[in-house]
Design a protein around this ligand. Structure first.
Ligand code: GLU
Ligand code: ASP
Length: 497
């Protein structure tokens, strides 16, 4: 995007009106609030819906497969950001992509709200995966566009936006989760659909007034010739993919296990190709190549971190359901409510961390050191949750405060790694690829959940201690290695802090 254009876009956005921030932030905040409400609401009941028996309203899939499907689902949701980023950047612009994404998501939740079969679940999954890919990275990248160049409110704008994400994620397990677990899963999914509808309404009603030109046109549109060849390639690719799937289904070779393995492999191949492509691109300068090398260990650390964080809605969700005392302090706790803990701790502690980094100023840890702290706390969050089994065996029900402690620790790690990670990605990615940086960062979560799809099957109450122990220690060891490498990584970053 030309500099002039960037300025013109910022000039078209009313620069005040939302806590001293551009009015556009209101629109983006509430659109993403409701989108995350729908996503994390669905996520809070998803694994239970998959593995609860049919008589309890679920699909009755065996637990290991259910947890692997939920992981693959999460992986695809973040992988599809590449498609969404590309469509917005080259074809439709951000605003239209966000709108289409929201519609797909809403229909995805509606599909789940109709009592149905596993087939209906897969239809819904395709809609939500594509819809989130169209919406999430794009709505986040508009946040960066509504401020004039060098406006020092931008970082604060992203922090407010992050609060929107986590407020949606906090409320929905309490609402969608309670209704889904106590009345019917389908009613829960319907509430998720209504949430997305509200987000769409906010977006449509306020976008013209608040967002001005931001996102209205593709930043780097395809030329006529490029369009023709792109359509041929996309069309061809889709047909081949569909043919492969049909052949597998018809010949009876399609298995859920095979599907899980394929996506898991893609989860690693796609980011690897992305790196290779950026590294060897003629548009990448020598300094940028060095920064890309520095980014690789950070990316791998992010994969390890999100692998643990995302197990909060799979493995720990099952732990909440099966291993935890749910009648506690006179109330009956719904297992879905535990999903509100992560965003709650984020909302409470994010300002503390923002203050801490400012207070430490130049003495604050470097980017790589913050990432290693992220791994340290993620590792600890798994090590504490093996203690109840160590003290009490794997049969008795566990005090829920252990889970609270585990979610708390992972959040300390998340606050060291997640907000820093996104800005590090924007600083370290080569300029020619800046439009895709949001998608690049989400690929770490995609790879993480691809990895989870392969490992979650090793979890059972009987293997619990080994499971949490091995993954927890792996995270600690990687954190330590990263800490040792941190000065070297800092050199490779060539001046980025
Ligand atoms: N929980 C955050 C969100 O939903 C993190 C996304 C990520 O995995 O990077 O926005
Ligand atoms: N902390 C996550 C994110 O920032 C939300 C969650 O895991 O519930 O959105």
């Amino acid at each position: 995007m030309a500099e002039l254009n960037k300025q013109k876009i910022a000039d078209s956005v009313p620069q005040k009106g939302f806590f001293g921030h551009p009015k556009g932030l209101f629109t983006l905040f509430f659109t993403e609030f409701w989108e995350r409400f729908s996503y994390y609401g669905m996520r809070a009941i998803l694994v239970y819906y998959l593995y609860y028996s049919v008589s309890k309203g679920g699909l009755g899939i065996d637990q290991g497969t259910a947890l692997a499907i939920a992981s693959i689902y999460g992986s695809l949701v973040y992988m599809s950001g590449i498609i969404g980023g590309w469509v917005a950047d080259r074809l439709l612009g951000t605003t239209k992509s966000v709108f289409i994404g929201g519609i797909l998501i809403m229909f995805g939740h509606i599909a789940l709200s109709i009592p149905g079969s596993l087939a209906m679940f897969f239809v819904s999954m395709v809609l939500i995966v594509l819809g989130t890919g169209m919406l999430k990275p794009n709505v986040s990248s508009v946040v960066g566009q509504i401020y004039p160049e060098n406006d020092n409110r931008r970082d604060a704008g992203f922090s407010i936006f992050y609060m929107g994400i986590n407020s949606g994620a906090f409320l929905s397990p309490l609402i969608v989760g309670t209704v889904g677990m106590n009345y019917s899963f389908h009613l829960g999914f319907l509430l998720a659909a209504i949430g997305m509808l509200l987000g769409l309404i906010v977006f449509m009603v306020t976008k013209n007034k608040n967002l001005g030109l931001a996102g209205s046109a593709p930043a780097n549109p395809l030329s006529r010739e490029e369009r023709a060849s792109a359509f041929v390639r996309i069309g061809g690719g889709t047909v081949i993919l569909a043919a492969i799937i049909v052949i597998f289904v018809v010949t009876g070779k399609f298995t859920i296990g095979g599907f899980i393995n394929t996506v898991a492999i893609l989860g690693f191949i796609i980011p690897a190709l992305y790196f290779i492509f950026m590294y060897f691109s003629k548009k990448t300068t020598t300094v940028e190549r060095s920064r890309l090398i520095a980014y690789i260990p950070l990316f791998l650390a992010a994969v390890m971190f999100w692998a643990i964080q995302e197990q909060g809605s799979t493995i720990l969700a099952s732990y909440a359901d099966k291993r935890t005392q749910l009648d506690f302090a006179g109330i009956h706790i719904s297992p879905a409510w535990f999903q509100s803990l992560n965003p709650l701790f984020i909302i409470v502690l994010a300002p503390v961390f923002a203050w801490l980094w400012i207070k430490l100023g130049k003495r604050q840890p470097t980017i790589a050191q913050k990432f290693s702290l992220g791994l340290l706390f993620a590792g600890l969050s798994f090590l504490v949750i093996l203690l109840p089994a160590y003290f009490g065996g794997d049969h008795s029900l566990v005090n829920p405060l252990w889970l609270v402690l585990s979610y708390f620790l992972v959040v300390i790690g998340e606050l060291c790694l997640s907000p820093v990670g996104l800005s590090a990605t924007t600083k370290l990615a080569p300029a020619a690829f800046s439009a895709q940086t949001m998608s690049l960062w989400f690929l770490a979560s995609a790879a993480a959940q691809a990895l989870n799809a392969l490992v979650v099957k090793f979890y059972s109450p009987a293997t619990e201690m080994v499971y949490f122990g091995v993954i927890g220690v792996a995270s600690l060891v990687l954190g330590l290695i990263l800490f040792v490498l941190a000065p070297k990584i800092q050199d490779l970053m060539k001046g980025i802090r």
